[in-house]
Design a protein around this ligand. Sequence first.
Ligand code: AR6
Length: 172
Amino acid sequence: MERFYVTKGDIVRAKTQAIVNAANTSLLGGGGVDGAIHRAAGPELLLECETLGGCKTGEAKLTGGYKLKAQYVIHTPGPIWRGGNWGEEELLANCYKNCLQLARQHEITTIAFPSISTGVYRFPVELAASIAVREIVSFLENDQQMEQVLMVCFDDTTYQAYEAERKKYIKA
Ligand code: AR6
């Protein structure tokens, strides 16, 4: 999986063509990574988001990146963790699938993801990491166009969870 990397840092500084925003269904901004992306992109991002009519959990919508280094932002509302019996795992998998599909439709070749749903939405990080890495690896196995997928983790615990999952896919 030489096209997939796990890194630690702030996603607003990512030099990829697109960055993913762990949004909410209104797409009108919030805290966490969503707040950081809107602050760094500037007010025009919110103006474009206001035209989109929100987004369902697990789906994805694309906007410009404005003042960000990234050309595009792909917004996806992750599921709120409610104990695991409310389709949370499938919804989180859909976030990764739909973001990657949308990226492919727009001929995006480099993309960075934050750890969707594991902040305010309280999705357990190890489980989230196993779902995210499985979906990214499976996408890359069937795609020749994507050159780089980055997971940008904000803290050590998150980084370790995703890196441990990534290592499971490296052939011995
Ligand atoms: N770069 C990378 N990761 C970050 C950054 C950053 N700049 N800032 C935070 N994280 P969260 P969620 C990490 O809460 O759980 C918002 O209000 C953070 O440490 O941002 O999907 C939205 O509007 C955590 O590991 O997203 C929604 O209402 C991960 O990003 C709600 O929060 C996700 O944490 C979405 O909650």
